[in-house]
Design a protein around this ligand. Structure first.
Ligand SMILES: [Zn+2]
Ligand SMILES: [Zn+2]
Ligand SMILES: [Zn+2]
Length: 159
């Protein structure tokens, strides 16, 4: 006689998905390189960089541009007017940081670089992240670094 209405609704909303988005899970994610031969061409001053809302230097496209890490010029993506790609072809400046997801791309290697694993890229990635989100980037679980204010210097964990 008893009408069993066993409604067990379990809602598990995981907010941590946004971390995945930051690391570019959107399409065709491959492991980024942890080294690249073109790092020597990086600008010597990557502490002072343009803000993520800087328009393209050539066509004034307003958002989601790339920052050339060799000369700090801000140029639009291959999905807009390809000005960053043109810049690479004309000047051989291989390494650029995306202001849309803060990934670092090497045109010569044709691959993403792991900005948080490559020493010369760590500070510029950090700076760009803070400019974009007004907070420091989250630590990656894989690294398991102790949370201190001091930056670990020269401690690389090989696997
Ligand atoms: Zn442009
Ligand atoms: Zn450049
Ligand atoms: Zn490279």
């Amino acid at each position: 006689m008893a009408n069993e209405a066993s409604s067990s609704t379990s809602l598990t909303v995981d907010e941590e998905d946004e971390i995945l988005m930051l690391y570019g899970s959107e399409s065709g994610w491959v492991d980024p390189l942890s080294h690249c031969d073109h790092l020597t061409s990086l600008s010597s001053d990557l502490i002072h960089i343009p803000t993520p809302d800087t328009p393209c230097n050539r066509c004034q496209h307003p958002a989601e541009n790339w920052l050339c890490l060799c000369c700090k010029e801000v140029l639009c993506s291959r999905f807009v007017n390809k000005h960053m790609l043109d810049h690479y072809k004309q000047n051989n400046h291989s390494i650029a940081l995306s202001f849309s997801d803060l990934s670092v791309w090497c045109f010569s290697c044709n691959a993403y670089l792991d900005a948080q694993a490559i020493m010369p890229l760590q500070s510029v990635h950090f700076t760009a992240y803070v400019l974009k989100f007004n907070e420091p980037p989250p630590l990656r679980a894989a690294d398991c670094i102790e949370i201190t204010d001091n930056r670990a210097e020269g401690s690389t964990s090989g696997n």
